[in-house]
Design a protein around this ligand. Structure first.
Ligand code: SF4
Ligand code: SF4
Length: 188
């Protein structure tokens, strides 16, 4: 976990920006730490989630957007469930990722790559096509053997399709992407 080295440049608008985009009252967080206590990924975060909340409150935009934590968050919502102020903390982490993407500050490039490939697969097939995702991720990340050891265990059980199976409402899913995902990318 990193020690906080506060930057001199604070952005007083940052808390408003995150509050507006997430619809959450971040200013109401009183640092009880229950979100951090329940977060299963705290061990991997550079800043625990309660510190991310505090950093947002005090306008430390650069630290938040350049943190690993916002990318390693798995959106499990344990923090949201535990917050006594009913703040949807997982949503706040999500919004920070979106802002970081828009401002081209992606600390964990492989996580972003995985998101992009995953969403591309959903757009194309209306659901995920696991083998395509695995191959694209391994090739583009340069980690060719990632999860290769799982293949011999999963393949005999028929858990993976070798050909994509498109859902019936695939076109509707594609329209959702056109309306939302590509709208976000255009603003990046
Ligand atoms: S949603 Fe993210 S920050 Fe919240 S508990 Fe889960 S992993 Fe931690
Ligand atoms: S649980 Fe809620 S109030 Fe407590 S530190 Fe986390 S966000 Fe703040």
């Amino acid at each position: 976990m990193a020690l906080i080295n506060l930057t001199t440049s604070t952005d007083e608008n940052f808390v408003n920006q995150v509050e507006t985009l997430s619809g959450q009252k971040i200013s109401e967080c009183y640092q009880c730490g229950k979100c951090t206590a329940g977060c299963p990924f705290s061990f991997a975060f550079d800043y625990p989630v309660s510190q991310i909340m505090r950093l947002i409150q005090i306008g430390q935009k650069e630290i938040v957007l350049n943190s690993k934590a916002i990318w390693l968050c798995a959106t499990c919502e344990a923090c949201t469930t535990r917050c006594p102020c009913q703040i949807d903390v997982a949503n706040v982490m999500d919004i920070c990722r979106i802002i970081a993407r828009k401002e081209n500050k992606v600390k964990e490039k492989d996580v972003k790559l995985f998101y992009d490939i995953f969403l591309e697969s959903v757009k194309k097939h209306g659901r995920i096509f696991e083998i395509e995702i695995l191959m694209k991720y391994n090739l583009k990340s340069g980690k060719l053997l990632t999860d290769a050891d799982l293949g011999p265990k999963i393949l005999p059980k028929g858990k993976l399709n070798f050909f994509p199976v498109n859902i019936k409402g695939k076109d509707s899913v594609e329209k959702i992407f056109t309306r939302f995902v590509e709208g976000i990318k255009n603003n990046e």
